[in-house]
Design a protein around this ligand. Structure first.
Ligand SMILES: O=C(O)CCC(=O)C(=O)O
Length: 297
């Protein structure tokens, strides 16, 4: 059987200290990406909303226009910063997420951009499941007050390595998305995300390990660093989980980088030991990766 991950590769998750100053965030992200790639990382991930504060009131102010693609420097400084950075470092860059304004419809999205080592945009993921929760006395958040949802699953081929899937934060709570991506051959599920102090402690690691365990693939969660002065206090704890649901590396709440090697053959080894992939009973329940699945918007 062909290996899902064709060649071992170092993955870096950058838990960036994000501020309200976009230019600073972009400069700071560059210095951290350079640090990660100097340490050998070839796939580098930034956090959700890494170029702005996280909060519905900030999205319109910080939003950039990505379409038609490629946007001009003025429409999207972040697009160009990430593209140049990918070229400069010869690495795949998964640019966390940024608030996006679609000029034509005036809709706002929470959008992730992935660039190849030659600086080409490989894929765009607009957060599919908007973060609308209400836990009395703890946290109420309604992304849908200002954002529109994306409408597709994002699978990306990284030539030389294999396929990854990118989704954003709250998307991780919907295991269908992960399962479909894994059945379509992803070796790694990446979630730039910013859980909070209420749901973080309870669900962040659990979600990461559950998605890895169910699908027997690598999982990476990349959060901003925690800032107790900000309106939204991110959980932090960016982590890499292996296909056997073991945490390979996890940060605390402070700024940092976690770099781990994803090993070619490890997925197949885990699947040989616990052979879920040949034991599924599609005569009892349907294969959700077949049928009507949207990969294109
Ligand atoms: O699911 C959660 O608990 C947090 C989700 C979140 O913060 C987000 O989607 O940005």
């Amino acid at each position: 059987m062909a290996q899902l991950l064709k060649k071992s590769v170092k993955l870096a998750l950058i838990q960036l200290a994000c501020t309200a100053d976009k230019a600073h965030n972009l400069k700071h992200a560059r210095s951290k990406v350079l640090e990660a790639t100097k340490a050998g990382a070839k796939i580098v991930v930034l956090p959700e909303c890494f170029n702005s504060p996280y909060g519905t009131k900030y999205f319109p102010q910080y939003a950039e226009t990505l379409l038609p693609s490629p946007p001009s420097e003025k429409q999207s400084p972040t697009f160009h910063a990430l593209s140049n950075l990918a070229k400069e470092t010869n690495a795949y860059i998964i640019g966390g997420s940024i608030p996006e304004l679609e000029e034509k419809t005036k809709k706002l999205y929470n959008t992730s951009l992935t660039f190849s080592p030659s600086g080409d945009l490989l894929a765009t993921h607009r957060k599919v499941h908007l973060f609308d929760i209400d836990i009395p006395g703890k946290i109420t958040f309604r992304e849908s007050d200002v954002l529109s949802p994306g409408n597709k699953i994002t699978l990306i081929d990284l030539p030389g390595y294999g396929k990854i899937a990118v989704a954003i934060c709250y998307d991780i709570r919907f295991p269908e998305l992960a399962t479909i991506a894994a059945r379509k051959g992803a070796f790694l599920l990446l979630y730039p995300g910013a859980f909070n102090l209420t749901t973080g402690a309870l669900h962040w690691e659990l979600q990461a390990r559950a998605r890895a365990m169910d699908n027997q693939v690598y999982v990476g969660l990349c959060s901003p660093a925690r800032d107790m002065e900000a309106d939204y206090n991110a959980w932090g704890h960016s982590m890499v989980v292996d296909p056997n649901a073991e945490v390979l590396g996890q940060l605390d709440e402070k700024e940092g980088i976690v770099i781990k090697e994803l090993v070619a053959g490890r997925i197949e080894e885990v699947r040989k030991g616990i052979p879920l992939y040949t034991q599924r009973r599609f005569d009892v329940y349907p294969d959700i990766s077949e049928g009507k699945v949207r990969f294109e918007e």
